[in-house]
Write a protein that binds this ligand. Structure first.
Ligand code: MN
Length: 453
């Protein structure tokens, strides 16, 4: 067969076109990532992120995901979740782009250290270690687990990036085999969703729970989500009527605010049905509304109570259901004022009142809180937050036990020997063969052509 065979040429052309398209798509996703990174970026930050991107592209260039897509889509997506949905900065974006390189490619930890220094290396090392761990779900080894968490919390970004990694894997779980789906989904609901909850990442927790349920109990999941969809129009109509007088009164008082009806997650309904042995309708019956006010920090507490007073002017509150998490924030940092009131139609409505700042903390975790502190760089703010997590973990009298009890798993060592659910000892793969690969990439800047200058 000669290469002038038209059929072969056609195939070759087609592959080439696809590769060109893919390259463009990789770049498009990379630019999307850059846009998603919060705050201003120094030239040095931009340089580091581009370097990490180039190295990751090169390292994963021959790998594809189960979907057939280029593997690099995954680290880009994980980095984007870190930036956009958790609010992390440059170091985390760099580590997220490289998070699978040491485990899955020829790049070694030493290479990473040479290229990016000790912080990124510690994070990648932690991520590689977690990914080798076998989680046991039928017995509790709280103390061991606490130790491991403490090691990981040397830099909590390890856990945060791991959560972003898991979230993207759950979002793309459709293409996996059924047994893999079940294993990953149960690990997610057992370990990662509670972890996200503990770190105050409400949206991520909720999505992880919903996705787990979708794969673990597909029928229940689709039943509840269909009922939710069916009730959506009624719920919206009811809520808009309910908030009308509140809205008018607040406008009269000169508040700047937003009111949202809060759709319940599939999992939260499922969970209540299970726990309280009630029907879908009984759980669904309680509607929830969130009032978010744009106000100055020194006024936010008083303003929240003013809004409470407006709400209860129109609707009778249930005194047993008043929750003041402003005076006493939850351990996760969650602040909000909750009340449940009776609507004219005899339906209970939960009303959540909070400031914009409190809302960001509720959605993105305590990391968001420190963005509001004055005269502090984002990075040192994050350090404070990590320090707080460490304190909680290290203080046996505080929430440490709760923290640990949330994760019912068994880890015997924070080093390299772990036990499988069958009790078999397993050592993690030793570091891959050291190649001068990355150094060469670095000095010759291979792959830089992928990035617009
Ligand atoms: Mn990954």
């Amino acid at each position: 067969m000669s290469t002038s065979d038209p059929a072969i040429n056609k195939v070759a052309e087609k592959v080439q076109v696809d590769l060109v398209k893919e390259k463009a798509e990789i770049l498009r996703r990379y630019r999307g990532l850059l846009r998603a990174i919060p705050g201003e970026r120094s030239a040095e930050d931009s340089r580091l992120i581009r370097k990490a991107f180039n190295i990751a592209v090169e390292a994963h260039k021959d790998q594809r995901r189960k979907t057939g897509e280029p593997y690099i889509y995954h680290p880009i997506a994980v980095a984007r979740i870190c930036a956009e949905e958790i609010g992390l900065g440059t170091t985390s974006v760099v580590a997220a782009l490289l998070h699978d390189t040491v485990e899955d490619t020829d790049l070694t930890l030493d290479d990473v250290k040479d290229l990016f220094g000790p912080t990124v290396t510690t994070i990648i090392d932690g991520l590689t270690k977690i990914s080798g761990m076998q989680f046991q779900t039928d017995s509790v080894q709280a103390e061991n687990f606490r130790k491991v968490l403490m090691t990981l919390s040397q830099d909590v970004r390890v856990i945060l990036i791991k959560l972003a990694d898991r979230l993207h894997n759950m979002r793309t779980l459709d293409s996996m085999a059924r047994d893999k789906q079940l294993k990953i989904a149960s690990e997610t609901s057992y370990l990662y969703a509670p972890m996200a909850h503990r770190l105050g990442l409400y949206n991520i927790k909720s999505e992880l729970e919903d996705l787990s349920l979708k794969f673990q109990e597909p029928d229940t999941y689709s039943d509840i989500s269909q009922r939710l969809k069916k009730g959506e129009a009624v719920r919206k109509r009811f809520i808009s009527r309910f908030i009308m007088p509140i809205r008018e009164a607040m406008e009269k008082e000169g508040f700047k605010f937003q009111i949202k009806g809060r759709p319940k997650s599939v999992y939260s309904i499922y969970n209540k049905m299970q726990k309280k042995h009630v029907s879908f309708d009984e759980v669904y019956d309680v509607f929830a509304v969130r009032i978010i006010i744009d106000t100055r920090p020194e006024l936010e507490k008083a303003d929240c109570w003013k809004v409470y007073s407006i709400v209860t002017d129109f609707y009778q509150p249930n005194p047993d259901r008043l929750r003041d998490w402003i005076a006493l924030p939850k351990a996760t940092g969650y602040e909000s004022l909750h009340t449940t009131v009776m609507s004219p139609g005899g339906r209970w409505v939960e009303v959540q009142i909070r400031s914009v700042r409190m809302d960001e903390i509720a959605e993105m975790g305590v990391a968001a809180h420190y963005r509001y502190k004055d005269n502090e760089e984002h990075s040192s703010a994050l350090d404070n937050w990590l320090g707080r997590i460490r304190e909680v973990l290290e203080d046996p009298g505080s929430n440490a036990l709760d923290f640990v009890n949330d994760f019912k798993l068994n880890l015997f060592s924070d080093e390299i020997v772990v036990f499988t659910p069958n009790g078999e000892m397993r050592s993690l793969p030793a570091n891959a063969t050291a190649l001068d690969f990355a150094y060469e990439i670095h000095t010759r800047s291979v792959g830089i052509a992928l990035v617009p200058r």
